[in-house]
Design a protein around this ligand. Structure first.
Ligand code: UDP
Length: 449
């Protein structure tokens, strides 16, 4: 008699509860399901409720992908905004870790899961975990319970390499940056990146704090990154064609490294499951249908950036001066004024009849927008997902980076891949107008992998 077929692999995926991490991990989950693997995807309770509210499609469209949740430990009315990132990190470690450990223990046994809403659904015991780079303690829990784990920072290989280079940057005396020093000084301590990396391109926590102080986040994130070396392997949402030298320099620090990206491009359509924390505006696709080819500027600063009224006015004035139609994603709490005030400013800036020229939405189906023939330029904050999405679709980008790894991604776009222009920290109407025109009109910038 033939031996029974082995149980299928069952992977537990748990993203840090921010939109960029969720999207990236969901693309990974979709790819795994496509390869015949069962996936349990863990959200926070708060996000699972938001996803259900924001989506018409419900939870999982595949019997091989199910969603469970754990508490994030924050009060329900906490805004979970950029300013509260530290609290979220801490509360995930203190509260979510306990629930996550209990969940994993229950999914490893044949016993029923610990919460009545955590049905086993006929899934076999978990065989592997995916650990988000912001949740390094999941590696320890995996270790303790004897489950293989893959570390998955959802940012670029270069940003991982920068955090692995922190000890060298100190040895070379390149850290801390002198307060008030020239941000255009080259950085030598990140191997393979010497020819183009300047101080200004290192992640935002590297900027000096007070008199020659180092932001404690540099040490924390560096520690997290080194911790990935304890996992069976590091996987990155990148490709050798994009970041070959960074991948080579990461390898000695890890047990193994795999470039598994670009993940969103591997699924033929966006995952047929709820993935957006905000309700997507479908009307903007019909609006794009009415625009000329490559005429529209798509503006999205991701899910986390916040801009002042002054910055908003500079970008708006620069955009209006170009005369290009624009589609702008503006979350309700993104500008430091009410949404009504935002609409009034836009109406005043574009004048009579400007409605045909502009559309402001709370959230869009970004991947579909970037693929639309009418989109000719992407003004982006250069979050890693957005950078990859713009690059894959071959839409020229203008990068206006805010924080985290966005400065590095902008540098790659402007100086390494040359798929767009880096506006750096500058937010001034004349610069916005000039850069936008150059991105749309230059024949040299459009490129895709
Ligand atoms: N996104 C979207 N609709 C929008 C704006 C953004 O679907 O209106 C998606 C975008 O496609 C990307 C993610 O949200 O996958 C944002 O991730 P990213 O890493 O670019 O930026 P973050 O939000 O983490 O700063």
């Amino acid at each position: 008699m033939a031996p029974p077929a082995p149980a299928p692999a069952h992977v537990l995926v748990f993203p840090f509860p921010l939109q960029g991490h969720i999207n990236c991990m969901l693309h990974l989950a979709t790819a795994l399901v496509g390869a015949g693997v069962l996936v349990t995807f863990v959200h926070t309770d708060h996000n699972l409720r938001r996803l259900e509210r924001a989506s018409a499609s419900g939870s999982s469209a595949s019997p091989s992908l199910r969603f469970l949740s754990v508490p994030d430990g924050l009060p329900d009315d906490d805004p979970r905004s950029a300013g509260g990132l530290l609290e979220l990190l801490q509360s995930m470690r203190a509260v979510a870790s306990v629930a996550y450990r209990a969940l994993l223990a229950s999914l490893l046994s044949t016993a029923r899961p610990t919460r009545p809403d955590h049905h086993d659904g006929g899934f076999p015991p978990v065989t592997c975990l995916v650990a988000d780079g912001y949740l390094p303690w999941t590696i320890d829990i995996a270790d303790e319970l004897g489950v293989p784990v893959l570390a998955f920072p959802t940012s670029s290989a270069c940003s991982t390499l920068v955090y692995l280079s922190v000890p060298r940057l100190f040895e070379l005396g390149e850290l801390p940056f002198p307060a008030g020093g020239d941000l255009d000084e080259p950085v030598h301590g990140v191997p393979g990146m010497e020819s183009f990396l300047r101080r200004r391109h290192l992640p935002s926590p590297f900027r000096p704090v007070g008199e020659n102080g180092v932001n404690p986040r540099v040490h924390v994130l560096s520690k997290y990154t080194f911790h990935s070396g304890k996992a069976r392997a590091l996987i990155l949402n990148t490709a050798a064609s994009l970041e070959r030298p960074a991948l080579a320099h990461i390898a000695p620090h890890m047990r193994d490294v795999f470039a598994v990206g670009t993940l969103h491009a591997m699924s033929p359509a966006p995952p047929a499951v709820a993935s957006s924390l905000w309700r997507e505006d479908d009307g903007c696709m019909a609006w794009l249908d009415g625009q000329a080819d490559r005429s529209v500027v798509y503006v999205s600063l991701g899910s986390f950036a916040v801009i002042s009224r002054e910055q908003f006015m500079e970008v708006l004035s620069g955009l209006v001066a170009t005369g290009y139609p624009f589609l702008w994603v503006l979350l309700p709490d993104m500008v430091g004024v009410s949404q009504d005030a935002v609409f009034q400013e836009v109406a005043r800036a574009v004048g009579d009849g400007g409605g045909k020229q502009t559309r402001i939405v709370e959230w869009a189906r970004q991947r579909d927008v970037l693929r639309h023939r009418a989109v000719g330029c992407f003004l982006t904050h250069a979050g890693w997902n957005s950078t990859l999405e713009g690059t894959v679709e071959g839409v020229p980008m203008v990068c206006w980076p805010f924080f985290a790894d966005q400065q590095i991604s902008s540098r790659f776009v402007g100086a390494v891949w040359k798929t767009g222009l880096d506006m750096k920290d500058v937010c001034e109407r004349g610069v916005v107008e000039r850069t936008m025109r150059e991105a749309v009109e230059s024949a040299e910038i459009r490129w895709s992998i």
